[in-house]
Write a protein that binds this ligand. Structure first.
Ligand SMILES: NC(=O)c1ccc[n+]([C@@H]2O[C@H](COP(=O)([O-])OP(=O)(O)OC[C@H]3O[C@@H](n4cnc5c(N)ncnc54)[C@H](OP(=O)(O)O)[C@@H]3O)[C@@H](O)[C@H]2O)c1
Length: 310
C-alpha cells in the first residue's frame, strides 16, 4: 500500500485534499497540521517526514495572507520559499514524490489572454515572489515534482470570498466589490479530484490547474447572491440593485469598484490572472470543470453553515 502525506493539512485546501486522499482504498494518508510539521524547521520536518515515510507528499502549507506577506516578507519567504525548498530536499532524501500547490499570483496580470505554463512569471507582490521562489527550489532540488498552480480557491470553508459576500449581504445595504480583476474561481473539491487523477500519472513539471473560464470578483459575487435568492432590480455602470429573498425583500446595492479603491490592501494584485490548463490538456489529464457549472453545483454545500439572508 502507498503512503501519502499532506502538509498544511489543517488549512482550507489541505483539509479537502486530505479527505479526498483518505477515501482512496489503496492509499494510507497522513495529514500534518502546522504545529506538528513546520516547513521552516528543517530538522523537525525531516524527522516527521521520515517517520511517515511517504511515497508522495502533497504540499498545501503556505503563508497565504497576501497583505500579511507584503507587511512581513521574511515570514512569507521563510514558509513559501525556504519551507517549500526544505520539503523538496527531504522528499529527495527519502525518494518521495512531491505535489506542490502554487498560485496564479506568480503572474503580473499584464496579459489579456489566459496564462500558459511557458509565460514568464513576474509577481507583483511579496506573496507571489515567495511562491515563485518556492517553485524554483522545488524544481532545483527534486526531479519527481509536480507543481500545480491554481487560482481563487473556494469551498465550504469558515472564511473565504463567498462567505464574506453572503455575510455582508445579511448585514449591509451597500456592498463594494472589485469589478476590474479577472480570474477563475476554483472549487477545492475539483482541485482535490485533479490531484487524485494525477497520483498514478508519473508526470513531472509545472502545470496550471484552475477551473475553466473567467469572471470578475463582481460577477462572481453577483452569481452567489442570485443563487442565494437575490433578484436583480435595476442598476447602471456603478452597480446593481438586488432584492433579497423572503417576505422582507431587503434592497441592497452591489457597487462595482476598481481594485485601486480598496485602501486597506497593502499588496497589489494582478488585474488578470486567468490560467490556461494547457499542459494538463495536452497530456489528456485535465479534469477541471467550467467554473460557473461547478459553483452552481456546490453552492448549497458552501452555505450549509450559514442562514439564508432575508
Ligand atoms: N486560497 C486561494 O485562493 C489560493 C489561490 C491560489 C493558490 N493557493 C495556494 O493553495 C495552497 C493552499 O492554500 P489555502 O487557501 O488552503 O491556505 P490556508 O487555508 O491558509 O492553509 C495553509 C496552511 O498552511 C499552514 N502553514 C502556514 N505556515 C506553515 C509552515 N511554516 N509550516 C507548515 N504549515 C504552515 C497554515 O497553518 P496556520 O494557519 O496554523 O499558520 C494553514 O493550515 C497554498 O499553497 C496557496 O498558495 C491558494
Amino acid at each position: 500500500m502507498m503512503t501519502a502525506l499532506v502538509t498544511g493539512g489543517g488549512g482550507r485546501l489541505g483539509r479537502v485534499i486530505s479527505t479526498a486522499l483518505k477515501a482512496l482504498p489503496n492509499l494510507k494518508t497522513q495529514s500534518a497540521k502546522h504545529a506538528e510539521c513546520d516547513l521552516t524547521d528543517l530538522s523537525c520536518l525531516r524527522e516527521y517526514v521520515r517517520q511517515c515515510d511517504p511515497d508522495v507528499i502533497v504540499n498545501c502549507a503556505a503563508y497565504t495572507d497576501v497583505d500579511g506577506c507584503e507587511e512581513d516578507p521574511s515570514l512569507a519567504f521563510a514558509c513559501n520559499a525556504a519551507g517549500a525548498g526544505n520539503l523538496a530536499r527531504v522528499a529527495s532524501e527519502l525518494g518521495a514524490r512531491l505535489v506542490h500547490i502554487s498560485t496564479d499570483y506568480v503572474f503580473d496580470g499584464a496579459k489579456s489572454t489566459p496564462y500558459v505554463e511557458s509565460d514568464a512569471a513576474c509577481p507583483l507582490n511579496a506573496y507571489g515572489r515567495s511562491k515563485l521562489l518556492g517553485e524554483q527550489y522545488v524544481r532545483e532540488l527534486l526531479s519527481r515534482h509536480l507543481i500545480l498552480r491554481t487560482s481563487w480557491l473556494y469551498g465550504a470553508f469558515e472564511r473565504g470570498f463567498i462567505q464574506t459576500i453572503l455575510e455582508m449581504a445579511k448585514q449591509q445595504e451597500h456592498l463594494s466589490v472589485v469589478a476590474d480583476t479577472f480570474g477563475t474561481p476554483t472549487y477545492a473539491g475539483d482541485l482535490a479530484r485533479q490531484v487524485v487523477a494525477l497520483l498514478d500519472a508519473e508526470l513531472n513539471g509545472t502545470f496550471h490547474c484552475s477551473s475553466q473560464g473567467a469572471c470578475t470578483r463582481f460577477e462572481w459575487a453577483l452569481l452567489a447572491l442570485q443563487l442565494n435568492g437575490f433578484e436583480r432590480a435595476g442598476g447602471d455602470e456603478k452597480g446593481i440593485w438586488l432584492l433579497g429573498p423572503g417576505p422582507r425583500r431587503r434592497r441592497i446595492f452591489l457597487a462595482a469598484v476598481g481594485s485601486m479603491s480598496i485602501e486597506s490592501r497593502s499588496a497589489p494584485r494582478p488585474l488578470y490572472s486567468v490560467l490556461d490548463n494547457y499542459g494538463l490538456r495536452a497530456q489528456g489529464l485535465d479534469v477541471m470543470p467550467e467554473w460557473a457549472v461547478s459553483f452552481r453545483a456546490c453552492f448549497r454545500e458552501l452555505t450549509k453553515r450559514m442562514t439564508t439572508a432575508a
